[in-house]
Write a protein that binds this ligand. Sequence first.
Ligand code: SAH
Ligand code: SF4
Ligand code: F3S
Length: 467
Amino acid sequence: MRKDILISEAEMAAARAAAGRVKEEIAPLGLTYHIESYGCQMNDHDSEKLAGMLEEMGCTKAADKADAQVILFNTCCVREHAEQRVYGNIGALKKRKDENPGLLIGVCGCMMQQKAAGDKLFRRFPFVDMVFGTNELHRFPNIFESALHEERILAVRDIDGEIAEGLPVLRSGTFSTNVTIAYGCDNFCSYCIVPYVRGRERSRDSGAIVEEVRSVAAAGFKEVTLLGQNVNSYSGDDGVTDFPTLLRVVHDSVPDMNRIRFMTSHPKDLSPALMDAIAELPRVCKHIHLPVQSGSNRILRLMNRRYTRENYMDEVAELRRKVPDIELTTDIIVGFPGETEEDFQDTLDLIKQVGYSAAFTFMYSPRKGTAAASMAEQVPDEVKHDRLQRLNALQAEILKEGNLKYIGRTGEVLVEGCDRRAEPMAYGKLSNFKMVYFPGGEELIGSLRTVEITANQNNSLIGRLID
Ligand code: SAH
Ligand code: SF4
Ligand code: F3S
């Protein structure tokens, strides 16, 4: 393990000691908590660690947010909209705090890691008790202890980022879960705030990753997603130095993990070795999330994505040659500074050519401190709205058409849930990430079942159980 990026044992021990003291102190109170998580899977997973630490300190999850005595907001700042939602929801707690001064409110996550964000938040919401950054997660017991003693606490460190191993995790899913393989990002796409709030890219050792996957498999999880902002640049320090190798090691070391997914893959680092691993490893899902962001070379250059449309299309062709049944999903930004109608047409043309099974589409949102925020030629909001609508309409059509080829095929679904309608419909994803609905009850949840696809309805697949 690379000692230089691990949080020191002394600091981890101090947090554990604080957790022990808090547990003793609050045991008679029986405090309940609620965590509101915004943003990506990274944040969701951090929230699972916060929940793990809270439980370790003797708190229990509140049945309802309205009854919780501890409320944490784990924030995201990737787009302005995400920030506005957080502000609205924190503001709504003022009255409750006035009536119940014992209520403890904390705000953490990416938004708080921005420059001076904590001070600003305290000024705007003086009733908040704790503010802490993404690098402070492991110290939550220390922070919580201070807040319990009515100290207002602001803990944000301006460092490149470290790794905390061994934190307790309370997983929210029951059959599908996430394991982080790398933290941070070094890509500095010109629109993106993530490298500023999550620090430098750092990979966990493969041994720790395999151990965690093994433990979640033992706990009954059937699907794991290996997480990183850019999994393709994974580089552990214990002999497993690239992502395709890690994927093989995880696959072969944990034979009872039924499904292995990973995200996100940056197109500039997608190697032939990774394509081979997806093709050859039976329990690695036949799906790749490969954000293209734009179909215009001019815009890709301005975005600092470091690939061209042609490189990207070649990769897609090669992937499909090696893994014929693979499905692709993507992220797209419309209205990046300087994007013309012609650039946008290039994006529309690209999504037609690729045929994604899902596209997560966003209007460009200027983020303070990023290169793109100060570019000239910001695109007016109404143009962004219009492009987003046209993009989504085209993607819906592409999806409808693409789904037709599935009719008559069979595949294995990991059942996630059940819609209670007149006839209960179970639903879940195929290995390739496509959602299928089929007649079936709640007893199927969590099982892997074979279905035959019978129809395409409202852009999702309909099937029937055949096993
Ligand atoms: N690491 C991943 C995803 C990071 S954030 C990747 O590289 O793809 C998820 C998505 O949010 C990005 O893919 C991008 O499409 C979008 N996004 C990031 N910054 C944005 C911004 N300033 N405005 C609009 N969308 C943005
Ligand atoms: Fe942001 Fe680019 Fe890093 Fe993804 S790869 S997190 S879009 S900087
Ligand atoms: Fe994720 Fe949002 Fe942070 S997308 S990494 S929670 S800024």
